[in-house]
Design a protein around this ligand. Structure first.
Ligand code: NAD
Length: 371
C-alpha cells in the first residue's frame, strides 16, 4: 500500500492507496482514531456490494457501526436528502464522539462530508471512495456540499477528512460509463499540472479504460499526489486551486441545464475541457498543436451523452449562477500549454458561444455504445 499526505498543518491527513485493502480499514481506524462508534453513509449500489464486508470487519475489530443508505446518483446531493440524513443521525443518537464513514462515489463523499461538517458543528469523517472519480478527485481536498436547483454545489463547506482510504480493487464493479466519467478527471491532472502525467495518460489510456490494476494504481496515486500538492498550497481556493476547475465552468453549467440527470459529471467536465481548451486557442493562449494533443486524448474517452438539445441561452444562464462567477463576470482556468494554466476573466459572450458550438459539433459525435 502506498501513502501520501495532504499537508495542512493541524488539518493534515494521509491518503492510502492499495488494492484489496478495504478489510484492513477497521484496524487503521483503531490505530488512527480513538472513536469506537461510526456512522456509515453509503448509497444503495455500493452498500449492496461492499457494505456487509465493511460492517463485518468493523464488528470483528470491535467497532460499533450504524448505517444510513441513500439512493444512488446526483439527486441525493439535495437539500431534502441532507435533511433526511440529519434526522436519521439524530434518531440514531449520534453524538460528537462518533465518526462518519463515507463509502461511495463523489455523491456520497460530498453529502457525507457536508453532513459531518454540519452535524453538531462537526464530526470527524473518513473518505472511502469507490468510484474512479472519487478516488482521483472528490475524496481529497475537503470540498463537501450539496446542490441547489439553481446551482450545482451551491451549499457546502471546506471540511477535511481525517483519512482517505483508497482500494483500487473496488473499481472492478464500476459500470463502464462511470469509468469513463472518472477518466476525464484523470486526464485533467495532466493538462493542468504535469506534461509527464499527460504523456502517461496518452500511453496508457486503453489500459486505464480496461481498469488494469497496476496502471490504475499508478494513475490514482499520481492524481492524488497532484491534488494534495495543490490543496496544500491553497486549501480554500483563493489562488492556485482554481486550476482544478478546468472544464468545470462549462461542465457544471451543462449538468445544471440537464437538471443533474442524464449526463455524468465527468462527461460534462470532458466536454467542458474541450470547450475551454478551444477558448484558450481563440484567445491565443494555447498553441493549436497542443490543443490537438488534448483533443486526441479526450477523443479516446468514449462519451455516451449528446448535448445537441441544449441551447446556449440556457447554458449561459446556468454559468452566471456558478460560484466561479465573480461580480457576474465569468472566470475560467485555461491551459497556456499542457501542464500550465492561467486564470482568465472572459467578458465576451460570443467566445463562449463559439466554444459551445464547437463541442456541440465535435464533442458528442464521438458517442459510442458502452456496456
Ligand atoms: N468534492 C469535490 O472536490 C468534488 C470533485 C469532483 C466531483 N465532485 C462531485 O462528485 C460527484 C460525482 O461523483 P461520482 O462520479 O463518483 O458519482 P456517484 O457518486 O453518483 O457514483 C457514480 C455511480 O457509481 C456507483 N458506484 C460507485 N462506486 C461503485 C463501485 N465500486 N462499484 C459499482 N458501482 C459504484 C454509484 O452507486 C453511482 O451509481 C458529483 O456530485 C460532483 O460534483 C466533488
Amino acid at each position: 500500500m502506498k501513502t501520501l499526505k495532504v499537508e495542512l498543518a493541524d488539518r493534515s491527513y494521509p491518503i492510502y492507496v492499495g488494492s484489496g485493502n478495504l478489510a484492513k480499514l477497521p484496524e487503521m481506524l483503531k490505530l488512527f482514531l480513538s472513536a469506537r462508534r461510526y456512522i456509515l453513509l453509503s448509497d444503495k449500489n455500493v452498500f449492496v456490494l461492499y457494505g456487509a464486508q465493511l460492517i463485518d470487519s468493523c464488528e470483528e475489530a470491535g467497532l460499533h457501526l450504524q448505517q444510513i443508505i441513500v439512493p444512488a446518483g446526483e439527486k441525493s446531493k439535495s437539500i431534502e436528502r441532507f435533511t433526511e440524513v440529519m434526522t436519521k443521525m439524530l434518531k440514531l443518537g449520534v453524538s460528537r464522539d462518533w465518526v462518519v464513514l463515507a463509502l461511495g462515489g463523489g455523491v456520497v463523499g460530498d453529502l457525507a462530508g457536508f453532513a459531518a461538517a454540519s452535524f453538531m458543528r462537526g464530526l470527524p469523517f473518513v473518505q472511502i471512495p469507490t468510484s474512479l472519480l472519487a478516488q482521483v478527485d472528490s475524496s481529497v481536498g475537503g470540498k463537501t456540499g450539496i446542490n441547489h436547483p439553481l446551482c450545482k454545489n451551491a451549499i457546502g463547506a471546506f471540511y477535511q477528512p481525517k483519512l482517505v482510504w483508497i482500494d483500487i480493487a473496488l473499481l472492478k464493479s464500476l459500470p463502464k460509463l462511470e469509468v469513463i466519467s472518472g477518466l476525464a478527471e484523470v486526464v485533467k491532472y495532466g493538462i493542468i499540472y504535469s506534461r509527464d502525467f499527460f504523456h502517461f495518460c496518452e500511453t496508457n489510456i486503453e489500459q486505464m479504460l480496461a481498469l488494469d490494476s497496476d496502471i490504475c494504481t499508478a494513475a490514482v496515486y499520481q492524481c492524488c499526489a497532484i491534488k494534495a500538492k495543490i490543496v496544500a498550497q491553497d486549501e480554500r481556493e483563493s489562488g492556485v486551486r482554481a486550476i482544478l476547475n478546468f472544464g468545470h465552468t462549462i461542465g457544471h453549467a451543462i449538468e445544471t441545464v440537464f437538471g443533474y440527470r442524464r449526463i455524468k459529471h465527468g462527461e460534462a467536465v470532458l466536454l467542458g475541457m474541450l470547450a475551454e481548451a478551444f477558448m484558450a486557442v481563440q484567445l491565443e493562449l494555447l498553441n493549436p498543436k497542443e490543443f490537438d494533443r488534448i483533443r486526441q486524448l479526450l477523443a479516446q474517452i468514449p462519451l455516451q451523452t449528446s448535448i445537441a438539445e441544449i441551447s446556449f441561452a440556457d447554458l449561459f444562464t446556468a454559468m452566471k449562477h456558478d460560484k466561479k462567477a465573480l461580480d457576474n463576470r465569468l472566470r475560467f482556468a485555461l491551459p497556456k500549454t499542457i501542464g500550465e494554466m492561467i486564470i482568465v476573466i472572459v467578458e465576451k459572450e460570443n467566445l463562449i458561444a463559439d466554444a459551445f458550438e464547437f463541442i456541440q459539433q465535435n464533442g458528442w459525435q464521438r458517442h459510442k455504445s458502452v456496456r
